[in-house]
Write a protein that binds this ligand. Structure first.
Ligand SMILES: [Ca+2]
Ligand SMILES: [Ca+2]
Ligand SMILES: [Ca+2]
Length: 466
């Protein structure tokens, strides 16, 4: 799975230069072209000296710049600038953003329990992205006009045009918005994040206040609110909350909203939209102040290993293909680990898009390998462990008469067909009596829905007298 190919999606609507040019035309004032600033704890990017803290790079950056942060743990509380984007997941030598892999090269921004949000965004009128980080141990910001400490992991204070994607928020705390708090007149795109083990009085994972945008394909698991909104809190916001896996979050049942708490007393802002979410094992009621969407569900999510924070989906998960494909990340087409999204019939629910990487395996053949006294008109059935389709070597599938060395092998005319898990080979002639035959299934005779090819599988049987 190439990140290079997937990552093209980030700037699919135009090259980065085009986006920056658009920004220049709007801003009018900026003359320098956008720069990429790099950060590595080692002090080097390859052989080039670079900043060793994220904040040092932010201080040196201007709107339109990107900051690339190499793997490692950065004990910092950062204040981000308008229009400066942060990208994690680099090894520290890459020349292009497409080379990063945030699941291999973990870039961890750690507030270490010190006062403040891990990332504080005072305002970001220009498009600003935070992508590919683990954001942990933040305690939130008590900004002057706020009523409480907010946004343990990230606080977007006001007028913020923020994209927050492919991050893990864990173990952050605040009074309001433990993992993330987005405030006042902001428009957000929150995709493919994992919110796990964050806590607050209100809005353990995510809190959106007087804001707009889309919160889609996040996995919000095991967050807690001492009062309301264990997973998500929406306060006079009209965002789309779609395709989120919201599981095992807790709130005080007296206030409710173990999964989602909605307070909406604005007559001017439309009500938020909830649909195609999975809400499971949260403190009941899941929703307070809103009703479940028509395509919401409540099913065991089927995480690979939740105890060890592996929130990928098992092949049997009911969240696979249960999302709304029209709400996946704009300008991107990936999940939280860089897999293509959408795979198969529809988008999955949560941060993971399940991809089948296992080749189809034969579980039985009829006739069985080495069997004898088989009818001279017998079909050959080959049953696989999953649905199959014709593979690249489908044309080379054959049944062959094993003849004497003098005469050589002779193919039997057959008709091939596939139905579900079964490949059927039907001879259009009668086999000779008491004769051994070989069935040849070359590599790639069939493939599964992803295109994983079958392995070669030759087997033989011998006909009887009739
Ligand atoms: Ca899918
Ligand atoms: Ca995946
Ligand atoms: Ca497979």
């Amino acid at each position: 799975m190439g990140y290079a190919r997937n990552e093209e999606g980030f700037v699919k609507a135009g090259t980065l230069a085009t986006l920056v040019m658009t920004g220049l035309m709007i801003a009018g004032a900026q003359t320098a072209s956008a720069a990429v600033l790099r950060v590595n704890r080692s002090g080097y990017w390859g052989s080039e000296p670079v900043a060793t803290t994220v904040q040092a790079a932010i201080d040196a950056a201007a709107a339109g710049d990107e900051i690339w942060v190499a793997e490692g743990t950065y004990l910092e509380n950062c204040a981000l600038k308008d229009g400066v984007s942060l990208f994690g997941g680099f090894g520290g030598t890459e020349a292009s953003r497409a080379e990063r892999n945030w699941n291999v090269h973990r870039t961890i921004l750690d507030g270490a329990g010190a006062p403040g949000s891990v990332i504080f965004v005072p305002s970001a009128v220009s498009a600003t992205t935070i992508d590919g980080f683990t954001i942990q141990n933040g305690t939130g910001t008590n900004y002057s006009w706020l009523r409480s400490v907010e946004g343990g992991g990230i606080l977007g204070l006001q007028y913020s045009n923020l994209t927050i994607a492919n991050n893990v928020f864990r173990n952050n705390t605040a009074v309001y918005g433990g993992g993330l708090s987005i405030k006042e007149n902001s428009t957000v795109s929150i995709y493919n994040n994992i919110f796990s083990g964050n806590s607050a009085s209100q809005g353990g994972g995510i809190a959106l206040t007087n804001s707009h945008g889309t919160v889609a394909n996040n996995t919000v698991v095991g967050n807690s609110a001492a009062s309301s909104g264990g997973g998500i809190l929406s306060w006079n916001s009209d965002a789309n909350f779609v395709n989120n896996n919201v599981t095992s979050n807790t709130a005080d049942p007296f206030y409710g909203g173990g999964a989602v708490y909605v307070m909406h007393n604005s007559g001017t802002i439309p009500f938020p939209r909830f649909d195609n979410n999975n809400l499971f094992a949260n403190t009941l009621p899941d929703y307070y102040g809103a009703t479940a969407g028509a395509h919401d569900r409540s099913v065991e999510p089927g995480y690979v290993d939740a105890a060890n924070a592996d929130f990928r989906l098992l092949p049997t998960s009911a969240c696979i293909n249960a999302g709304d494909s029209s709400f996946i990340a704009p300008l991107t087409d990936i999940d939280f680990e860089g897999d293509p999204r959408v795979m198969y019939a529809a988008a999955d629910i949560g941060a993971d898009e399940w991809v089948d990487r296992v080749a189809p395996v034969i579980i039985s053949t009829s006739p069985a390998d080495g069997s004898s006294n088989i009818s001279r008109t017998s079909r050959v059935l080959v049953t696989f462990d999953e649905q199959i389709q014709a593979g690249s070597a489908y044309a080379q599938i054959a049944i062959t008469l094993i003849k004497t060395p003098k005469k050589g092998p002779e193919p039997v005319p057959i008709v091939k067909s596939i139905s579900g898990n079964v490949l059927t080979l039907t001879p259009t002639v009668t086999y000779p009596a008491s004769t051994p035959l070989t069935v040849t299934l070359p590599a790639g005779a069939v493939a599964d829905g992803t295109g994983n090819p079958s392995a070669p599988y030759p087997f033989t049987f011998t006909t009887g007298r009739r």
